[in-house]
Design a protein around this ligand. Structure first.
Ligand SMILES: Nc1ncnc2c1ncn2[C@@H]1O[C@H](COP(=O)(O)OP(=O)(O)OP(=O)(O)O)[C@@H](O)[C@H]1O
Ligand SMILES: [Mg+2]
Length: 258
């Protein structure tokens, strides 16, 4: 059983003079993630749900060891991610819309490049390429230039390449952003197949629908804080997730006013 444990994570960004002016603030730093804790388990999809600027990407980047928190702990099983980022990286897949694929490359060449980067034995890499490209129907455009592919096809290639090294943990920031309904559906199916393969999947999104469809458990993040964290059934309590979220949002706003 794999688990990701996040304890009291805090991330503050220093604000430059220019940023302070833009944000109409005199504060010298912005607390993007404010003391959050949660647990995600293998065989489940955990969702981090929040609006723009809630702190989702910052959290995901800390999990992926791309940036360090100011304080708090992250454990992938018993590995401390802050002390052993290298060890953790070999066990996780990270996907974010910030990463742009090389437009002149092809899915097949990109796969080979990353297989080599991850030091995957050649024969095994080829075998796995066949299996992954077939499972996710990439074969028909495996040799087509990335520039000529649809956004959904590109996203699928990125997803497949991100799991080349068969990681135990899968971290996807806004995995269906900007995709049409068919592509979004395919990405959802991909995530569900990862979960069925026993991976521990963590996604961030602002889409209620995505969380309702694929998450077993979700945390609602607002202004860098987790205001609810439960199974989907418990969060929704017979309402739609959107209604549940809105209710929590109003409560939070009222609390701030007091
Ligand atoms: N490098 C940075 N310097 C200063 N502030 C930052 C930096 N990165 C993020 N922030 C701020 O931290 C807050 C959280 O940002 P983050 O990108 O994590 O939000 P998000 O939930 O991913 O939002 P979105 O839905 O827009 O992607 C925002 O107010 C953002 O402006
Ligand atoms: Mg984001």
């Amino acid at each position: 059983m794999e688990s990701l444990i996040v304890n009291n994570l805090v991330k503050k960004f220093p604000l430059s003079k220019k940023q302070r002016k833009k944000l109409y603030t005199s504060e010298t730093e912005k607390t993007a993630v404010d003391n959050i804790s949660f647990v995600a388990k293998s065989g489940e999809v955990f969702g981090l749900l929040g609006t723009n600027g809630a702190g989702k990407t910052t959290t995901m980047r800390m999990l992926a060891t791309l940036i360090k928190p100011n304080s708090g702990q992250i454990f992938f099983n018993d590995i401390n991610a802050i002390e052993n980022p290298e060890k953790v990286r070999s066990q996780l897949a990270f996907l974010t819309t910030d990463l742009k694929p090389d437009m002149k490359s092809t899915p097949s060449a990109m796969y080979d490049f990353f297989a080599e980067l991850y030091h995957i034995p050649r024969n095994y890499a080829l075998e796995r390429k066949k299996q992954l490209f077939s499972e996710f129907q990439i074969e028909p455009y495996a040799e087509t230039m990335i520039a000529k592919l649809s956004q959904g096809q590109r996203q699928k290639v990125s997803l497949v390449i991100s799991v080349i090294h068969d990681p135990k943990f899968v971290i996807f920031d806004e995995p269906t952003n900007g995709l049409d309904i068919i592509a979004a559906r395919e990405v959802r199916d991909f995530i569900i197949s990862m979960k069925k393969n026993g991976k521990c999947v963590i996604i961030s999104t602002h889409l209620f629908d995505l969380v309702e469809k694929i998450c077993d458990r979700a945390a609602i993040i607002m202004d860098g804080k987790i205001i609810a964290n439960d199974t989907l059934d418990n969060l929704m309590q017979g309402r739609s997730l959107e209604d549940a979220f809105y209710e929590m949002y109003l409560k939070q706003v009222k609390m701030k006013e007091v």
